[in-house]
Design a protein around this ligand. Structure first.
Ligand code: ATP
Length: 229
């Protein structure tokens, strides 16, 4: 059921960017800064997961990934590192994270930020329909026409389409597609470069890269154990 717009409007929304961050890179950081400014967000909380629910185990520990996120975001006004998923047992489900943020920020709109590739799989997330009870969803989109999604997602999106003003009219429930500069950088590629002994310089902040070298992280790719004997 639609929620009546609030007047006066809600406070500036808080952005929530969850991820494996294995490692964090400019493909996360640059779009996050653009959203912070374009949507006039109060802050963006970077939330590294402890145990990713939708993919294989990360290559370094959650604490190591958190340390890299801290280094990479340090000094940027409005970027906040949130370690709540590391303090929670079990798989890191975003719906639990948003519920916990809602307890901390009762009267502030929350915006779950996801890349369009992650959004395409949203219907596979744990209790995915409940996400929009706790937060708006902001999809970082490549500029240009958008592609369609699976029917169940299209049905979910249609009644929730929002513009940026709507993010301050209610606490949750809207879906906004926001064009950002998309940098074709992935953590997978950075890990592969490091494993080959090549440099991922200029794909991620120098501070994070220095930490990776100091701790000799990502020196090899994980070995796949064969299932045949
Ligand atoms: P991997 O290559 O290991 O899958 P990743 O960087 O793609 O790593 P995450 O760290 O889990 O994956 O990403 C966190 C969030 O950032 C997700 O919503 C993802 O869609 C988004 N994201 C990742 N890379 C980019 C990018 N280059 N541009 C825009 N969004 C991105």
């Amino acid at each position: 059921m639609p929620v009546a717009p609030r007047f006066p409007p809600c406070p500036h929304p808080i952005g929530v960017l969850g991820g494996t961050f294995d490692p964090i890179h400019y493909g996360h950081l640059r779009p996050a800064l653009e959203l912070l400014e374009a949507l006039d967000l109060a802050e963006i909380r970077f939330v590294p997961c402890r145990i990713p629910a939708h993919r294989g185990a990360p290559q370094i520990t959650a604490e190591q990934r958190l340390a890299l996120v801290r280094l990479a975001t340090a000094g940027q006004t409005g970027f906040v590192v949130d370690d709540r998923e590391l303090r929670r047992e079990g798989p890191s489900y975003m719906v639990d994270t948003l519920a916990s943020l809602r307890e901390d920020f009762e009267d502030i709109p929350l915006c779950l930020i996801v890349g369009v590739d992650a959004f395409r799989e949203l219907h596979t997330w744990h209790r995915w329909r409940e996400l929009s009870q706790f937060a708006h969803i902001v999809v970082m989109q490549r500029p240009g026409p958008s592609k369609s999604f699976v029917p169940v997602l299209e049905e979910f999106i249609a009644p929730r389409m929002a513009d940026s003003a709507a993010l301050r009219q209610r606490l949750a429930g809207g879906i906004l597609f926001q064009p950002v500069t998309q940098l074709d950088i992935s953590a997978t590629y950075i890990r592969a470069l490091l494993a080959r002994g090549q440099s991922p310089r200029f794909l991620l902040p120098e501070t994070a890269l220095a930490h990776i070298h100091e701790r000799a992280l990502y020196r090899s790719l994980p070995t796949l154990t064969s299932v045949t004997s």
